[in-house]
Design a binder for this molecule. Structure first.
Ligand code: NDP
Ligand code: 8X3
Length: 253
């Protein structure tokens, strides 16, 4: 029996790389994100390359009605979601907290915290009914430390850490596994989004050292969700070798 994964934020970066690994391993995929065209392109390429079965759901995780409708409308067999990957997320801005934009704070809180909760709330009953499932949340090193000018982004990732622990406790009687995967710097569109499309500034985040690749995190996610039932990896912190913590990087030219 084929397994099913629902990935939020499958249009880029870690989510997209994860979709490829699961497709390659014969899973059915529910791919979600706001950029419909990218979802359709990815679906076509996974169907062609791996004969994968793919459903795309185009919604914004901040819109709880859209989240509920999308999950509700899934065909019955697709509601057997084995893995929920709460990956959609972003940072906006980089400034001292007193200079931060309230709109940026709201975008991050609404996406990284509330969006993750909305999607989990929609999918949890399906897992509880089957007494089976695995929720994997993408946290961050920024959920374990706070770095200068990272204030609200770091706080949202600290919240993901708290929510992960709470989910694990409350879902224990329902036999649902809950894990967090917490990367350091990964070279994705993350910094381009954070700096509003300023590519040079985004590239400078990854200059002078080898950052993680989206594929590195995708492989870890696959590993975490392919352990036997009695094994749960609660929390996995994955860093580039050149990054000791949020602030200490070995940059070489
Ligand atoms: P990308 O910007 O490459 O991808 C982010 C994904 O999130 C996109 O698919 C985007 O899709 C989706 N997304 C963002 N906002 C929304 C929304 N409101 N509704 C639905 N989907 C949304 O970044 P990454 O792959 O790096 O980020 C993935 C996760 O990894 C995030 O949670 C991030 O915080 C975390 N992370 C990233 C690190 C890094 O250094 N890159 C390190 C540690 C953690 P679309 O825009 O099409 O909606
Ligand atoms: C993203 C990692 O350190 O750039 O979560 O904030 S960091």
């Amino acid at each position: 029996m084929k397994k099913t994964i629902l990935i939020t934020g499958a249009t880029a970066g870690i989510g997209k790389a994860t979709a490829k690994i699961y497709a390659k391993n014969g899973w059915n995929l529910i791919l979600t994100g706001r950029r419909a065209e990218r979802l359709e392109e990815l679906k076509a390429s996974l169907m062609e390359q791996y004969s994968a079965e793919v459903i795309t759901l185009n919604f914004d995780v901040r819109d709880k009605d859209a989240v509920n409708e999308a999950v509700d409308r899934l065909p019955a067999t697709w509601k057997n979601i084995d893995v929920l990957l709460n990956n959609a997320g972003l940072a906006k801005g980089f400034s001292d907290i007193q200079d931060g934009l309230v709109e940026d704070w709201e975008t991050m809180i609404d996406t990284n915290i509330k969006g993750l909760l909305y999607v989990s709330k929609a999918v949890m009953p399906l897992m509880i009914e089957r007494k089976s499932g695995h929720i994997v949340n993408i946290g961050s090193i920024a959920g374990k430390e706070v770095y200068a000018k990272g204030n609200v982004y770091c706080s949202t990732k600290h919240a993901v850490e708290g929510i992960t622990k709470a989910l694990r406790l409350d879902l224990l009687p329902h036999k649902i596994k809950v894990s967090a995967i917490c990367p350091g710097a990964v070279d994705t569109e993350f910094s381009t989004v954070r700096f509003d499309g300023d590519k040079d500034r985004a590239d400078s985040v990854y200059n002078g050292y080898q950052p993680l690749l989206a594929q590195d995190i995708a492989e870890a996610i696959y590993f975490v969700t392919s352990r036997p039932f009695h094994v749960n990896i609660n929390d996995l912190l994955i860093m580039p070798t050149a990054q000791a913590n949020t602030s200490n990087l070995l940059r070489e030219e």
